[in-house]
Design a protein around this ligand. Structure first.
Ligand SMILES: Cc1ncc(C[n+]2csc(CCOP(=O)(O)OP(=O)(O)O)c2C)c(N)n1
Ligand SMILES: [Mg+2]
Length: 581
């Protein structure tokens, strides 16, 4: 099929955008109207049959919402803003999406082409006219600022293709107000004729070499990252694990002693690789690395590879499984000492986890609170986190049973992500339970989106884990500086402060609960979910650093200054063992 099969139609720029979204089967748009995007919101009004428009209360949330929608479905939606501050408000959302390679289409208003540079209301123009997109450059895969209406069909299919193909990422369409409003005779692009379809497969000889390496492995470990989810390669990851008898949720002990590491769409950040300190999470070399990534720039970036496979994770794993041929499986690996060792390490880990997760103390540990929240939810519930202790705690303790049910701003670790992203996930999966599990600090950054949830009728359950502070940061300060600074919430008279979060929920008109004892959490979450609408559960958790956070399992290179000699020496010692240089 080609575009020429579609009829010539007279459309405004905004209508071209909206009709193109309809062709791409985009069901949702989220944003805040302003004069910079009046033509877009007006055009959306005419296509309510195909696209539902969601009102958010802050533009950052429009992008987080679209990001949450993408993470839950693998499909992009539109975020839109006015010109100037509305557009700029999305930067953190775009940064979050870019770092985690999620696809979000953002349309922002831009000065009329014939007014550019004159100091138009809300224009940035002192260095370059209509300069907003340059601020976005480091956080978008591509940006476009078309100057003519009849340019738009071309711009749209180019931008769309960039957004969804290869390693996905957010795109920016900065649309001049006259371009939005003027009409032209255009042919709308036919998505099928313009999109890059199919999956990129690695070179056959590389696959053979990887298979040879894997066949010889005695202690293989799979490290699966976001690329495995993006490529929907969960079945293939499982098949490879079964074929090889690998450990996947293995922890540091296994990764560090692996003879072969198979990385699937994982970029070895400092966070996941213990800042590359040899022998903490990884030791590559001597472990040999087979690295699969769709983005060739990631191959060998942080560790040298034995074999690099450039390709889609699902396609690469399928090829690898074919190359490995039959064999393996439980009959073979169950009798190995390696399998016994994995079982032993897992049992030890679960015992360790039980200390905080099973604690009956009040105030309750965050670990116990997380366990109780999960007890109130179904197997396919979606949990969303943004930053801080709740993010780490859910990563460590929430039992994730299905792909795309644990959504977190892993790379940017963005406070304020949780609630709006959860609304996006809820809109993506209306029938699922969606839990926005946030710290008090995270919630306070975007709590206005309780209103978005109400307006959209999205029955997200927000769980606020209240420890009256930015306690993850306080813990880091203690570790790396030996004292804390401005991380507790304290009033001038020295008392610890928290607002009444349940009352905030009630003020937005939603079902709200309050829990202080561990056994109050599960019923509170059940009642909240049963309310059928948006809800909030305020949970008081222990702020004592000894029990506040996840169990520490790795090493993190956070520079400590010499005026804290003990911490400084520890930092230098750890740094000396880092493998990345
Ligand atoms: C937007 C943003 N600002 C600052 C940070 C740095 N930061 C990471 S976690 C955190 C505190 C999180 O507090 P809260 O949500 O209350 O969770 P807690 O760690 O207290 O449980 C801060 C300030 C961040 N990740 N994102
Ligand atoms: Mg907190």
């Amino acid at each position: 099929m080609s575009d020429s099969s579609t009829a010539l139609s007279r459309l405004t720029g905004a209508q071209i955008l909206v009709e193109y979204l309809v062709r791409e089967r985009v069901p949702l748009a989220a944003g805040i109207p302003g004069h910079g995007c009046w033509a877009i919101t007006d055009a959306l009004l005419d296509r309510q049959d195909s696209i539902r428009t969601i009102q958010v209360m802050h533009e950052q949330s429009a992008v987080h919402l679209a990001d949450g929608y993408f993470r839950a479905t693998g499909k992009p939606m539109l975020a839109f803003t006015s010109i100037g501050p509305g557009a700029m408000n999305t930067l953190i959302g775009m940064g979050t999406a870019y770092v985690d390679s999620t696809a979000v289409a953002l349309a922002t208003g831009s000065p009329h082409t014939y007014m550019r540079g004159h100091g138009l209301f809300q224009e940035l123009e002192r260095r370059h006219h209509a300069d907003n997109p340059r601020v976005f450059e480091p956080v978008v895969k591509e940006w476009w600022q078309p100057s003519r209406v009849d340019d738009l069909p071309f711009v749209l299919h180019r931008a769309w293709n960039a957004m969804v193909s290869g390693r996905p990422g957010p795109i920016l369409l900065d649309l001049p107000m006259d371009v939005q409003a003027e009409a032209a005779d255009v042919r709308l692009p036919e998505p099928e004729a313009r999109e890059a379809r199919g999956r990129v497969r690695p070179a056959a000889d590389d696959v053979e070499r990887a298979a040879t390496t894997l066949r010889a492995a005695r202690r293989p470990v799979i490290v699966a990252g976001g690329g495995a989810i993006l490529a929907e390669a969960w079945d293939e990851v499982r098949s490879l694990a079964e074929r090889l008898g690998t450990a996947s949720t293995c922890g540091n002990a296994l990764a560090v002693s692996a003879d072969v590491i198979i990385s699937v769409g994982n970029r070895f950040t400092d966070w996941s690789a213990s800042s590359y300190r040899k022998g903490v999470t990884f030791a590559i070399p001597p472990s040999r690395l087979v690295q699969i990534d769709i983005d060739p720039r990631e191959i060998g970036k942080n560790y040298p590879v034995e074999v690099g496979l450039v390709g889609d994770a699902q396609a690469a794993l399928r090829d690898l499984l074919v190359a490995l041929g039959p064999g393996g499986g439980p009959d073979v690996y169950r009798d190995t000492p390696y399998f016994a060792e994995i079982q032993q390490l897992k049992a030890t880990w679960f015992e360790q986890v039980e200390v905080l997760s099973g604690s009956g103390a009040t105030p309750m540990t965050m670990a116990r609170a997380i366990r109780e929240v999960q007890r109130a939810t179904a197997d396919d519930a979606i949990v969303v986190t943004g930053a801080g202790l709740p993010q780490g705690m859910v990563k460590q303790r929430w039992v994730t049973r299905r792909p795309r049910t644990h959504l977190t701003s892993g790379g940017f670790s963005t406070m304020g992500f949780t609630l709006p992203a959860a609304i996006g996930a809820q809109l993506a999966r209306p029938e699922a339970q969606v839990l926005a599990v946030c710290g008090d600090g995270d919630f306070l950054q975007t709590m206005e989106e309780l209103q978005a949830a109400v307006l959209a009728g999205a029955p997200v359950c927000t769980v606020v884990l209240d420890n009256s502070g930015w306690i993850s940061i306080k813990g880091g300060q203690q570790t790396f500086f030996g004292r804390s600074a401005w991380t507790d919430f304290v009033t001038p008279d020295g008392s610890i402060y928290s607002p009444d979060f349940a009352a905030i929920g009630r003020a937005f008109g939603i079902h709200s609960e309050f829990a202080t004892a561990p056994d109050e959490v599960e019923p509170a979450v059940r009642h909240a979910l049963a309310s059928g609408g948006p809800s909030l559960v305020h949970v008081k958790v222990d702020r004592d650093l000894a029990v506040a956070g996840p169990d520490k399992t790795g090493w993190w290179d956070a520079p400590s200054p010499p005026n804290h000699p003990e911490q400084h020496e520890r930092w230098l010692a750890g740094r000396a063992e880092e493998q990345h240089q």
